[in-house]
Design a protein around this ligand. Structure first.
Ligand code: SF4
Length: 231
């Protein structure tokens, strides 16, 4: 496992739990709106301080009883060799585990769910399926994303879908297409794009989603989900 960061406490990343978050290094996507380019671009990863698995497990052992959960995010955690064995060690310390994923590795995701190594999965749906090549440079088959969606819809693990309303990447039409794929899901969140340091700063020049449009879209799609909100 390659770890590039540890947030020692978070009250917002794991629904209903006091948790810590670990950040893994490396990603097979290049989302222009990515807020963690230092975890994605090889030239920035090279400059990133590393944490060892041992250090993280020691931290978690010390915080037993104080923290309830661990969020594993990236980068893309499912690309990490050793993820399964790391999660097993975290489980042995009695932590609940939330995994954030871009959905590109459905087989591994299924294995983790079947072995009960994850308790909650947050799957990012970046845009409508036909536009995924914009984010993956054609390197990730869309069928993999669809397989991950269908896997979560089986309901073997608690989950949420979420979409960042990135200008130029996600339109109202894209949201409608995503909703067609996932309607009936327990949770779907629309995330506001934050115009801060991102992987491709040219995106900042694109027309942003207006607040009123975000609320309108959220209200339109709400009936299709158990919970649907703007973050
Ligand atoms: S937003 Fe997520 S999937 Fe996209 S490049 Fe960043 S870490 Fe990878």
């Amino acid at each position: 496992m390659l770890f590039g960061g540890l947030q020692k406490t978070t009250l917002v990343d794991y629904p209903g739990k006091v948790a810590a978050t670990v950040f893994t290094l490396g990603c097979n996507f290049r989302c222009p709106f990515c807020h963690n380019p230092e975890l994605v671009l090889p030239e920035l990863i090279a400059k990133q301080p590393r944490l060892t698995e041992k250090e993280i497990l020691k931290f978690l052992k010390d915080k037993q009883g104080l923290l309830e959960g661990l969020c594993v995010t990236g980068g893309e955690p499912t690309l990490q060799l050793g993820l399964e064995s790391f999660l097993l060690k975290v489980k042995k310390l009695s932590y609940q585990i939330k995994l954030d994923s871009n959905g590109s590795q459905p087989q591994l995701l299924e294995k983790l769910i079947d072995q009960q190594l994850v308790d909650y999965v947050a799957l990012d749906l970046k845009t409508s399926l036909e536009k995924y090549d914009l984010l993956t440079l054609g390197e990730v088959p869309k069928e993999s994303i669809l397989a991950s969606i269908n896997l979560l819809k089986k309901g073997k693990v608690a989950y949420e879908f979420r979409t960042t309303l990135a200008p130029g990447i996600v339109t109202e039409e894209d949201v409608s297409k995503i909703v067609e794929l996932i309607k009936g899901a327990p949770r779907y969140f629309l995330q506001k794009f934050r115009p801060t340091a991102i992987l491709d700063p040219t995106l900042l020049k694109q027309k942003q989603w207006e607040e009123a449009t975000i609320i309108k879209v959220c209200n339109q799609i709400k009936p299709y989900f158990g919970e649907c909100a703007v973050r």
